[in-house]
Structure formats: structure tokens, C-alpha cells
Design a protein around this ligand. Sequence first.
Ligand SMILES: *Cc1c(COP(=O)(O)O)cnc(C)c1O
Length: 360
Amino acid sequence: MSRVYNFSAGPAVLPEEVLQEAAAEMLDYKGSGMSVMEMSHRSKTYQNILNEAEADLRELMNIPDNYKVLFLQGGASQQFAMIPMNLMKNGVADYIITGQWAKKAYAEAKLYGKANAIASSADKTFSYIPDCSCLPISEDADYVYICENNTIYGTKFHTLPNTKGKTLVADVSSCFLSEPVDVTKYGVIYGGVQKNIGPAGVVIVIIREDLITEDVLPGTPTMLRYKTHADAGSLYNTPPAYGIYICGKVFKWLKAQGGLEAMKAYNEKKAKILYDFLDQSKLFKGTVEKKDRSLMNVPFVTGDADMDAKFVKEAEKAGFVNLKGHRTVGGMRASIYNAMPIEGVEKLVAFMQKFEEENS
Ligand SMILES: *Cc1c(COP(=O)(O)O)cnc(C)c1O
């Protein structure tokens, strides 16, 4: 068996210990005589898996009791619709446009009400986070929406926007559980799990209870109402059961690493190795304003498309895969999520150094 260093933006690297545990339990989960994949989601065994996953996530993120944790399907993209359908009581919402994912969420919200783009960093290819200390928040806005970590462009909100008292909704798909968060600052925190937590197909929604009501837009399908899933404890219908089981294992792995404070320290240390190299390199350079850099997604370029392609090709041969940048940015992107070991980043930087020497 040989594992590569996988720098994919998502689906992405998972902790090896988690994969090994899942493999060991594949045919017979804890004496049940079956795989979790084959198990009734109404069984006591599965209920325990779900309960433990929720309890561990609550502990990791210090989620207050007045927030519900929902394990849903449809990916992060389905939330682009669910959020306006459930939250647009006045039919108005403000969006901060910091990349493709925020743009998509904004376009979707427009199908359901008046969505306003109140700030954007499109003028510089989303290479920074706009100043959000005094935005023209709409008086009747039902919420203010951000994509907290921009997977494609490699920027992160290091300070949350001043929403002037309005509910903050955040897509945290690519920074989920990478550092501690103060849940009380948000109305809704959600993310697809395939970036930093588990297998694609699960989306986790952490939502303040007062936002879960029957007062949703007319025609909102039962499956797209938060209340449906909150009332049923994420078991209204068959949930993405196996995916949730793997998420649960990752939560336990994170607790064993020391929780989110420890992950933050580890992630900062990892990212610094790569950013420090980029800052002194004569061949490679980062594409993002320093103050807004993400700890998770690190885009960089040489400035020459042929050289970029050569690098990606040689890196792959050396066991560093999925380094090609998003088609809208070009160049390279190294996604260094929680499960990317520090050796992976150290070895990548050593490889980049060697490549630079050979190509200058
Ligand atoms: C990947 C990603 C999405 C889309 O996730 P899907 O699960 O494919 O719908 C949305 N937002 C962000 C920030 C992402 O990184």
C-alpha cells in the first residue's frame, strides 16, 4: 500500500487512523454482525452512533443548548436554497461576495427574495476580504451571509463582519473545525463535510433554535424545512448514515488531538511553513493579501502557465497530488486541511525548493 500526499480541495484527505478503524469495522461493527452501511438507521446501534457524533461535535465547538445540530444531505449547495427559504421572513438578505461559492449562494437567494450584494472583492479576483466594519446593512435584512473561508481563492474572514445586529449566516465548508469558533456570534453555521470532516454527501447545519419556525416561504418542500429535521433529530428520512459515522470518528480523532485549540496551533504551524517559503521564493508567489490568508487553502503561481503545468506534473510524479489550481485562478493550490500531516507540507516545500533551483 502506498498513500500519496493529497492536497485536494475536496473531497480531501482524511486521518489515516479513521480510515483504518473504519476498515477494521467494515464487516462487523462492534459485534452487530454487519457493516454500518447495512444497518437500520432506526436501530439502537445507529442511534448511538448519531448521538455520539452530535455530542462530540457539541463538545468540540462548545455549541450552546439553544442551537440545534442537523446532519443533512444535499451538500453545501442545497443550503444555498434552504437558507433563504427558511430565513427570509421579510424577503430580504445581504450577501458579501468573496468568491464563487458566495456568488452561487447569492444567485440562489435571488430566486426567493431580494438579495443584496453589500460588499465584494471581485475587483481583484477575490484575492482579499473587503472591509466589513461598516457595511450598508439593509434595515429589513433577515440575515447577512458570508462564505467564511474561500476554498478557491484562499482567503478567510479573520474578523467577522459587523452585521449591525442582524443574524449572521456562514458557509464554513472549508474551515470547519480548523480552529475554535464562538458559535453565539452566528445564527447559522453550515458546511459540506467533504473538505475537512468526512465523506461527501453530508452537510452539517448548526442553527439557533429561534430561527427554526413553520413560517417559511410558501411552497418550501418538507425536506427543505429545518423544522422537519430538527423535530426528527436528523432522522426524518434515512440520513447519510455511513457518512455521519465517519464524521463521528473524525470528531473523536479531533478530540484525541487536543480539540480545536490544538488544531488551530497545528494548522498555523503547517500553513506558516508554506507561506514563509512563498514569501522568500523567487519562482513561486502567493496570490492572496497577507492579512486575509486562509490556513486551509493556499493558492500560488509562478506567473508562467507552462512552468505551473510543469510543476504540477513533476509534483504528482513525486507523490504530491491534486495541486492544480482552480480553473478560475490557474496556477497551483495546496489544500492543507486538518488531516494533512505537517510532514506533507515540509516535504512539499522541500520539493518546491528543489524545483526552484532546477528551474531558475
Ligand atoms: C465545496 C464548497 C461548496 C460546495 O459544496 P457541495 O457539497 O459540493 O455542494 C460550498 N461552499 C464552499 C465554501 C465549498 O468549499
